[in-house]
Write a protein that binds this ligand. Structure first.
Ligand code: GMT
Length: 410
């Protein structure tokens, strides 16, 4: 198949999944075209240099021209135009958009333009949209986007969500009349695996401290301060512990201030964005993810694949990933005492740690291994190309007419 993929190319789980999916599809013999505004992070950078030269992978940069009259960049339009061009010249079968707004919106518009194409192949292109969760949050922040999101989802030929939670939330809260298939996120077990990190552990915990770890983009929804407060409670119980904080984002400054205020600055290490994540995870004892909302929690899955038990909040798709008592513990969101208590139990009980570590490794590398999940996308593409779209083609055509009127000056 000829597959176009659009995603956010920067740090973030959705970009990681889209890129790993593309690499895996390319290895399986498909031609994969990334249509993005920058080279996706996992296609380049330390540890991934070779990926830029992978057979069957092509990169098409979305170029945004500037013109003084246009005060704001026309990203969605530029993306649509790039999709149309790539689809025509590369004879794409599928465009896979990661995120409803704006990527699926651009893809749907591109499809409508291509339906007027003289070339029969271009007229037949299919749109697959994957919802990652922050699409839904965006609508929460900007309610006027709701019709656009509904339109983009319902006009896609196939839609997937990364968890049952996200599928149900999308259908219930946004009245979406569309079959949404759950295809969970996955892990590349060659990149994320238990690595011998004794040397790193000696550096990070020279006095034999226990190591907690958290990775995120430090947005408010991640509730990173709960992890810092939990560390304080664990230290108060007399357990020598350090908290490694990986990543960066808007809340980092406040988190640093809190660590100083609580008098535990020496026990927290802000490590910034790390490319060799698997080594730091493997050196750690427990992964904390106290998020206020999380459609899946790819960061937890990456820790689990390194054999690290997880203590997570009970929101969103997290309980679908982290199974209470099997791969770690699940605690009520915002309950810092429960977060600290469950973490303390794992740190203090070697047998419990070992049981949860094995459970975490087994679950993440079993049903969430890329070898299990990528064929699900492949099968979905094949069904969609074969015409098993759950779209109502008549209503789609009416919408296509309308949108065409909008983009085509009389
Ligand atoms: O969580 C973020 O801030 C980033 C966002 C993204 O675009 O990558 O993450 C969302 O998609 C990930 C990949 O599917 C999921 O693992 C995250 O749970 C989801 N984040 C939220 O729902 C808050």
């Amino acid at each position: 198949m000829n597959i176009g993929i659009t995603c956010y190319p920067t740090y973030g789980g959705s970009g990681v999944i889209a890129t790993e999916l593309g690499k895996s599809l390319a290895e399986r013999g498909h031609r994969v075209h990334f249509i993005t505004y920058a080279l996706p992070m996992r296609l380049t950078g330390p540890g991934h240099e070779e990926a830029g030269y992978l057979d069957n992978i092509f990169y098409h940069e979305v170029e945004m021209s500037t013109y003084p009259l246009f005060e704001f960049p026309l990203y969605s339009m530029a993306l649509t135009s790039a999709m149309v061009e790539v689809a025509r010249f590369e004879k794409l079968d599928i465009i896979h958009a990661h995120y409803a707004i704006p990527h699926a919106t651009s893809a749907v518009l591109a499809k409508q333009i291509l339906q007027r194409s003289p070339d029969a192949k271009s007229r037949d292109i299919k749109i697959v949209t994957t919802l990652h969760g922050t699409d839904i949050t965006l609508v929460g922040l900007e309610p006027s986007f709701e019709p656009l999101m509904k339109f983009s989802i319902e006009s896609s030929d196939a839609v997937t969500a990364v968890s049952h939670f996200l599928r149900d939330e999308t259908i219930d809260n946004y009245d979406v009349e569309k079959e949404i298939e759950v295809i969970p996120n996955f892990i590349d077990t060659e990149s994320f695996r238990p690595i011998d990190s004794k040397h790193l552990r000696r550096l990070l915990a020279p006095n034999g401290e226990k190591l907690l770890v958290h990775t995120s983009n430090f947005r408010e929804v991640k509730r990173v301060k709960d992890a810092i407060r939990a560390l304080k409670l664990i230290l108060d119980k007399g357990v020598k512990t350090k908290l490694l904080l990986i990543g960066d984002g808007p809340d980092r400054g406040e988190c640093q201030a809190l660590a100083r205020e609580l008098g535990i600055w020496q026990q927290t290490r802000f490590l910034g964005k790390q490319s060799e994540l698997a080594s730091v995870l493997s050196a750690s004892d427990v992964f904390l993810i106290p998020s206020g909302n999380e459609s899946f929690g790819l960061a937890a899955l990456e820790a689990m694949a390194c054999g690290v038990p997880v203590v997570s909040s009970d929101v969103g798709g997290l309980p679908e990933v982290n199974i209470d008592g099997e791969t770690g513990f699940v605690v009520p969101v915002g309950d810092v005492e429960a977060l600290a208590e469950r973490t303390f139990q794992i740190l203090e009980d070697r047998d419990l740690h070992s049981k949860l570590s094995k459970g975490a490794f087994g679950r993440s590398t079993g049903e969430f291994a890329k070898e299990q999940i990528v064929p699900m996308y492949e099968a979905l593409y094949e069904r969609t190309i074969g015409g098993e779209s759950s779209n109502d083609s008549q209503s789609f055509d009416r919408e296509a007419e309308l949108a065409y009127e909008i983009v085509t000056p009389a």
